[in-house]
Design a protein around this ligand. Structure first.
Ligand code: FMN
Length: 213
């Protein structure tokens, strides 16, 4: 697949997991792609916890439902009705989850390029996640990012040491198909913003559309 094709085919997956396993060689390739991401000071501050244990996934799923309810309680009217129809995870449907963590101590204390922007370490982890997501898409797999959790709960569930932050719970697995339109768009939760509205010429200008070029 062409890179642009993969970028545009990539979806956040929840309902389309088939429950089949991820072959070891494919998993190795997508983790290798994640591990090839750029990182501030070449610190590679990520780790990948491969969660297959059904009991651990069930415990996480139960926690996600509590957080789903917490968010739902902040909504009213049409938004509440819309959210009620949206599936927010495929934790039980996919047989593998990859939890990606961030270690701010990795490569320290003098991480080249991070002295002024502490978040640069976190940005690096997100790039590894995006590499994983695109590689999985190229392999015909689906990925679903679940962020309905509290970090201390997940750290405790997986025995993640103090100081290391869980950044993402990613459900990974074979899918029946990938949606062509993102779920949140299909459910009328949020309309995509045109690229031209996100591009600013020379200086930030609020509330204007800036044609490119
Ligand atoms: C940081 C991050 C956290 C997300 N958390 C969730 C989540 O908890 N549940 C969910 O259903 N989707 C989650 N998503 C997926 C987004 O809803 C999705 O990327 C967006 O709606 C665009 O759809 P697409 O990824 O299919 O293009 C998350 C995405 C990101 C980047």
């Amino acid at each position: 697949m062409d890179l642009y094709d993969v970028i545009h085919r990539r979806r956040d997956v929840r309902a389309e997991f088939t429950g089949e396993p991820v072959p070891d060689d494919v998993l190795d390739r997508i983790l290798t792609a994640a591990h090839a991401a750029p990182s501030v000071g070449n610190s590679q501050p990520w780790d990948f916890v491969l969660v297959r244990d059904p009991q651990t996934r069930r415990r996480f799923y139960a926690h996600v439902q509590v957080e789903r309810d917490t968010f739902a309680a902040t909504l009213e009217g049409a938004a509440a009705e819309r959210f009620a129809r949206i599936k927010i995870d495929g934790v039980l449907e996919s047989t593998l989850s990859v939890v990606v963590t961030y270690d701010p101590q990795r490569g320290g204390p003098a991480v080249l390029g991070r002295h002024a922007i502490a978040d640069a370490g976190l940005y690096s982890v997100c790039l590894a996640i995006q590499n994983l997501w695109l590689a999985a898409t190229a392999e015909g797999l689906g990925v679903g990012w679940v962020s309905f959790y509290r970090e201390p709960f997940l750290a405790d569930l997986l025995g993640i040491p103090p100081g290391i932050r869980p950044v993402a719970w990613l459900c990974v697995g074979p899918v029946s198909h990938l949606q062509t339109v993102p779920d949140l768009v299909r459910h009328g939760w949020r309309t995509p913003r045109p690229l031209a509205a996100a591009v600013h010429a020379d200086r930030w200008r609020a509330g204007e559309n800036h044609p490119m070029g």
